[in-house]
Design a protein around this ligand. Structure first.
Ligand code: PMP
Length: 361
């Protein structure tokens, strides 16, 4: 069976070149006589892959020298707890912009540690939009502000990150990492689970200003200490070597095709194709989110009734378009169009949408 178009939200599609390269090298890595994932993580061969991935992150995202790049297991969810454990104390506070499911989860974990304060909540508007900067009343004494740059479930995305002045901005970029440049004048820390735009599941990429690493608590269990991970080049303990290897290969692919400028072009083209199909359907397909908050990574939409939505998902699956069911908490449809999704995949989906509407609309 050939490859189908996989629109899953994560784990999600990876570049086919990356999968092919990995399968060529899986059993015998570069004539070493063993697989990379069987080797010591302290050896020279693995180190090249590991350090190479970190160098590529720095290069592609143009990460300044005063930021650490760290790989940590536990996905983005561990970061929801690890950030407040490191930076928030019982007598300090942090601000949260609750734009959807994922920002809310971060808030809920932080609340267990210290004084987490919601400074904007989109729940009453069903997480339909990203707030404008003047709707946010930051607390001057907050130790950080948390936002989620792209809400994977609700399909909304900050078009521009807010300027929080002197208060460190911490961004969960799990679902739009490597799809846009990062303005390091605004961002003190970001983290992202790898299973969307980087690799399979198994770790988070963390990029953190050195001054913030310096402020992180040290009287906590070792694995939760950012300073240890940073000082040991993310080799404090055994890293998820397969995921790091795949990250390396994906970043090489990204660089080869032209880096972020090329990815941004493809991203905008793919997103425009899908939103046009929704907007030009005469109301058959409807987008629940505000136009100026639309995500370029996770496109969500509804259809006249749930039965039709189910039929759409099932019929699409038969045509090799997989993973289009919306998240169980919000229903509807969702197409995740991460970096590895080719324009051709979106073209095929859009044609299917036209045909489905002609037949059942
Ligand atoms: N943040 C966002 C924006 C996500 O999309 C996800 C997962 N879909 C998470 C956090 C949680 O990530 P993980 O499953 O890697 O813990």
């Amino acid at each position: 069976m050939g490859r189908i178009f996989n629109f899953s939200a994560g784990p999600s599609i990876l570049p086919v070149e990356v999968l092919e390269e990995a399968s060529r090298q899986l059993v015998d890595y570069n004539n070493s006589g063993m697989s990379l994932i069987e080797m010591s993580h302290r050896g020279k061969i693995y180190d090249e892959v590991h350090s190479g991935a970190i160098v590529l992150v720095r290069e592609i995202l143009q990460v300044p020298d005063d930021y650490e790049i760290i790989f940590i297991q536990g996905g983005a969810t561990l970061q929801f707890g690890m950030v407040p454990m490191a930076l928030l104390t019982a007598d300090s506070s942090a601000d949260f912009v609750v734009t959807g499911t994922w920002a809310k989860k971060a808030y809920q974990d932080a609340r267990l540690i210290g004084n987490a304060q919601i400074i904007w909540d989109g729940a009453d508007e069903k997480y339909r939009r990203i707030p404008s900067i003047d709707e946010l009343s930051l607390h001057d004494d907050a130790v950080y502000v948390h936002i989620c740059s792209n809400e994977t479930i609700d399909g909304i995305q900050w078009q521009q990150l807010p300027d929080t002045g002197g208060i460190p901005l911490i961004v969960d970029m799990s679902s739009d990492i490597m799809s846009r440049p990062v303005d390091w004048n605004k961002v003190s820390m970001l983290f992202a689970g790898t299973q969307k735009n980087l690799a399979p599941a198994g770790m988070a990429l963390v990029i953190m200003k050195k001054s913030l690493v310096g402020k992180a608590r040290k009287d906590i269990p070792a694995y939760l200490r950012y300073d240890l991970h940073a000082n040991e080049n993310s080799l404090y303990n055994t890293p998820p070597t397969f995921t790091v290897w795949m990250t390396n290969l994906t970043l090489h692919w990204l660089k080869r095709i032209g880096g972020l400028p090329e990815i941004e072009k493809r991203r905008d083209r793919k997103a425009a194709m899908l939103y046009d199909a929704i907007d030009n359907s005469g109301g058959y397909y409807t987008s629940p989110v505000d136009k100026n908050s639309r995500s370029t990574m996770n496109v969500v939409w509804h259809m006249p009734d749930e039965q039709l939505e189910n039929k759409f998902v099932n019929d699409a699956e038969k045509e090799g378009l997989s993973g289009l069911k919306g998240h169980r908490s919000v229903g509807g449809l969702r197409a995740s169009i991460y970096n590895a999704m080719p324009v051709e995949g979106v073209q095929t989906l859009v044609e299917f949408m036209h045909r489905f509407m002609e037949k059942h609309g």
